[in-house]
Design a protein around this ligand. Structure first.
Ligand SMILES: [Zn+2]
Length: 73
């Protein structure tokens, strides 16, 4: 008779989602505050929320962000 143990998932494994950048569609590993280096800058600039969702006026903010980046470079 087969031993049918329930398929237990070890709870000491960090879920993959937690190791990834929170930004939508980003596959990079997070480095700071659940974002990759690039998206952490986006988060700081208010382009995305801490959940990785784009801000309502993302397009406008993104243009400002890129313009500011060009100036800084
Ligand atoms: Zn990212």
């Amino acid at each position: 008779m087969a031993d049918k143990k329930p398929n237990l998932v070890p709870n000491n494994v960090v879920s993959l989602a937690d190791a990834r950048c929170q930004a939508e569609g980003c596959k990079a590993k997070h480095t700071r505050a659940s974002f990759c280096a690039e998206h952490f800058e986006w988060f700081k600039a208010g382009l995305i929320t801490k959940e990785g969702k784009q801000a309502l006026d993302f397009d406008k903010k993104y243009q400002h962000f890129m313009a500011a980046k060009k100036k800084a470079a």
